[in-house]
Design a protein around this ligand. Structure first.
Ligand SMILES: CC(=O)c1csc(NC(=O)C2C[NH2+]C2)n1
Length: 130
């Protein structure tokens, strides 16, 4: 009903705000756009579910997420993929893994500090009812 659409509209506003703040953080520049397959041809052989911050924003606008948990599953793909694609000891791999871990910690800290648990529960109830 109308109240449910108001809740989901507020969820999208919250998720857009979180995602845009991440995309502005210079540490996360490598995660802002899909990996360019011309530049990194083996990427899709290794990484089965690519994800990036611009795709998160598109998903939000396409109403893909009804709960924060669904958003977090896609947001987690970004740093998980980076750890998987960059496993080596060479400095470049270590550098992007450090940034991937910073992304993981930053997303979790924002959600812990800024998501109201009662609001989250309402979203979860809407999801179960559909
Ligand atoms: C987004 C992401 O995880 C990414 C983009 S380039 C890259 N890794 C490299 O370019 C090389 C350093 N060892 C491979 N990882």
């Amino acid at each position: 009903e109308e109240q449910e659409e108001d809740v989901l509209r507020e969820l999208r506003l919250f998720l857009r705000n979180v995602t845009e703040r991440l995309a502005l953080d210079r540490r996360f520049k490598a995660f802002t756009k899909p990996v360019d397959i011309e530049e990194v041809p083996d990427y899709l052989i290794v990484i089965k579910k690519p994800m990036d911050l611009s795709t998160l924003l598109t998903n939000i606008d396409e109403h893909k997420y009804v709960t924060v948990s669904e958003f977090m599953s896609d947001a987690d793909l970004i740093w998980q993929n980076a750890l998987e694609y960059n496993p080596d000891s060479d400095p470049m791999d270590r550098h992007i893994r450090h940034r991937a871990c910073a992304l993981k910690d930053t997303v979790r800290a924002i959600i812990r500090d800024e998501l109201d648990e009662d609001f989250d529960r309402v979203c979860e109830e809407i999801k179960e009812s559909r």
